[in-house]
Design a binder for this molecule. Structure first.
Ligand code: F6P
Length: 324
């Protein structure tokens, strides 16, 4: 392998820059040329790229976002778009691609390599943590810390005004962010798509907590939760049924995707990306790298993208006990 391409795709996540840095530096270490494509698959289609060396990634380990920018490319969903990308790669002489992104990125990459025989390695980068082939995705830890910090602040005002807050967090169809930040921030209830607790239970729990002397509460709601149609309707429902509660809603939104990556995410990105380069040099292809039981592993895309991504529901029980 003489040239490795790298790109970031899908929703950005803190630590993607540390990942790009690790790819460029590992390529330099192993004397392989490195090309960075802008805006994920879209840059591959539009031939929008830059040559990268060890110095072009200086001082980015600590920054959020991605210097290569990111996009969700509609053109790449078409066979024509993928062919254009493959033709471009062949022309530039890119032998293999490292794809940093989430499940959509990996699905696209799998199809691309099957159709055009270009080797790809997936590196999991998303705040959602919804990828079976790794215990942790790059950006998830930072997002959790961002959410916990935000909820801590909401708690201050909730407590001053004796209010009940519904805090909606990201995660798409997965409840990882809600579940872990909920426990970390000491939420009264945590609503995740993987477990339907039902509205009655929620009302009961809120009444019980009031009886036990609590004057304010935080309920963390995953954006993918289906208990209410959305968090505002859920809050309305609770207001109608528990009229003596002063209810507010905060949707944390895209601030969860920004910020300085934690040490955990930087280290994870560094380990995964060095391994990704080494795997390509060893002739491996069409797998994703991941961290499983603190070991860097690789898994084929099918396994890595399994529906059941193993959320730890035991945390719901812990939360229940601790919100007594
Ligand atoms: O996948 C990351 C994520 O932030 C999800 O948690 C969220 O559902 C989605 O992306 C939002 O996408 P967009 O930035 O396109 O609005």
């Amino acid at each position: 392998i003489g040239t490795i391409g790298v790109m970031t795709s899908g929703g950005d996540s803190p630590g993607m820059n540390a990942a790009i840095r690790a790819v460029a530096r590992a390529c330099s270490y192993y004397n392989v040329k490195c090309i960075g494509f802008y805006r994920g698959y879209q840059g591959m289609i539009e031939n929008d790229y830059c040559e990268m060396n060890a110095r072009s990634v200086r001082n980015i380990i600590s920054s959020g976002g991605t210097i290569l920018k990111s996009a969700r490319s509609d053109d790449f969903r078409t066979a024509e778009g993928r062919k254009k990308a493959a033709d471009n790669l062949k022309e530039i002489g890119v032998d293999a691609m490292i794809l940093i992104g989430g499940d959509g990125t990996f699905r696209g990459g799998k199809l691309f390599s099957e159709e055009h025989g270009i080797s790809v390695i997936g590196v999991p980068g998303t705040i959602d943590n919804d990828i079976a082939g790794t215990n942790f995705t790059i950006g998830y830890d930072t997002a959790l810390n961002t959410v916990v910090e935000a909820i801590d602040k909401i708690r201050d005002t909730a407590s001053s005004h004796d209010r009940l807050f519904f805090v909606e967090v990201m995660g798409r169809d997965a409840g990882f962010i809600a579940l872990n930040s909920g426990v970390g921030a000491g939420a009264e209830e945590i609503l995740i798509p993987e477990e339907d607790l039902g509205l009655d239970r929620l009302l009961e729990s809120l009444k019980r907590s009031k009886r036990s002397g609590k004057t304010s509460s935080i309920v963390v709601v995953s954006e993918g939760d289906k208990i209410g149609k959305n968090v505002y309707e859920l809050a309305d429902y609770v207001t109608e049924n528990l009229p003596n509660y002063d209810v507010r809603v905060t949707v944390l939104g895209h601030m969860q995707r920004g910020g300085t990556p934690t040490c955990f995410d930087r280290t994870l990105a560094s380990r995964l990306c060095v391994r990704a380069v080494e795997l390509l040099l060893d002739g491996e292809k069409n797998v994703m790298v991941g961290l499983i039981n603190n070991k860097i592993t690789f898994t084929n895309f099918e396994e890595g993208l399994k529906e059941d991504h193993g959320i730890n529901k035991e945390l719901l029980r812990i939360s229940d006990i601790l919100s007594v």
